[in-house]
Ligand binder design. Structure first.
Ligand code: HEM
Length: 268
């Protein structure tokens, strides 16, 4: 008899970033759109004041600070004036929100919807969990961690052609035959962020994602004092002498926002 104990890689949670680019003179139309009523109807809890545990359904409002282009052009994200994040254990809630918000915001501007979900970890056993996630930063109120960064990316065909065992090696340091560390790999290069960055990664429904979609939507929140740490961590990950994994990464724009408490504040 053999076991049949393959672990699921299905989404644990679904999410979307709705990126809004306002048309000229449409600020008032945007502010007046019935997005708060839609959020209430779908029982979306505001992430600006997180509760004790993860909410069933949640929403967040992010006001543009700026954006830096990446390797892949993406006007819809790069020029977004505001982003609304919606998340739920139910894909229907996210799909309904996205569909209805498109209708509500059509008079105010153009929308780009980036969707994905949280999957069980792929490369993380107990030891990596204890290093990288056991003491992760949990969601904090918007007043404590007002900075938000959305950074979508994909990996190249050469990455996806590798066996999972080889891909796994890029998350750990590499050592030469004498045991001297040759490079840090993803987790160690990024370690400075563990204590101060709230991290969330959504993956695409298919792996790799189809052309025109991202494989990963990474998102971070932090306090004002830790914004330089966010940039240092990104620089460490991008330095292929420290983290060879990034040879296989193609980034979209890095969009920076400020978390605000209400829909209307996005247009103030
Ligand atoms: C702050 C400290 C960070 C730590 C400790 C860390 C650690 C890790 C670990 C252990 C994984 C593997 C998860 C798994 O088992 O599936 C992972 C995946 C990932 N991380 Fe990070 N990370 C950090 C920051 C970042 C940052 C700043 C970015 C983006 C700029 C990023 C992008 C990603 C992506 C896209 C994946 C999925 C990669 C794949 O499955 O091929 N991480 N991270």
């Amino acid at each position: 008899m053999r076991a049949n104990d393959v672990r699921s890689s299905e989404f644990l949670r679904h999410g979307a970033y709705v990126c809004l680019r306002l048309s000229a003179g449409a600020r008032q139309a945007g502010a007046a759109a019935a997005v708060p009523a839609l959020a209430e109807r779908l029982a979306l809890r505001n992430e600006f004041e997180p509760g004790a545990g993860p909410p069933e359904n949640s929403i967040a409002f992010l006001r543009r600070v700026g954006a830096t282009p990446g390797d892949m052009a993406d006007e819809g994200l790069e020029r977004a004036d505001a982003i609304v994040h919606v998340a739920s254990a139910s894909s229907d809630v996210v799909a309904t929100f996205c569909k209805e918000v498109e209708r509500l915001l059509a008079p105010a501007g153009s929308l780009l919807v980036l969707r994905g979900g949280v999957r069980p970890m792929v490369y993380t056993g107990n030891a990596m969990h204890n290093f990288a996630y056991a003491h992760r930063v949990l969601p904090q109120p918007g007043t404590v961690m007002p900075n938000a960064f959305l950074l979508p990316m994909s990996k190249t065909a050469a990455w996806w052609a590798k066996d999972w065992m080889e891909r796994h090696t890029y998350f750990l340091p590499r050592y030469d035959d004498e045991g001297k560390m040759v490079n840090e790999g993803h987790a160690l290069a990024a370690a400075a962020g563990i204590a101060c960055l709230m991290r969330r990664t959504y993956k695409h429904e298919s792996e790799p994602a189809p052309a025109g979609s991202y494989d990963f939507l990474t998102y971070f929140e932090c306090a004002d004092a830790d914004v330089p740490v966010f940039h240092e961590v990104c620089a460490a990950l991008r330095d292929v002498s420290r983290n060879p994994e990034w040879k296989f990464v193609r980034e979209g724009p890095t969009w920076q926002g400020r978390r605000v408490a209400t829909w209307r504040e996005l247009f103030a």
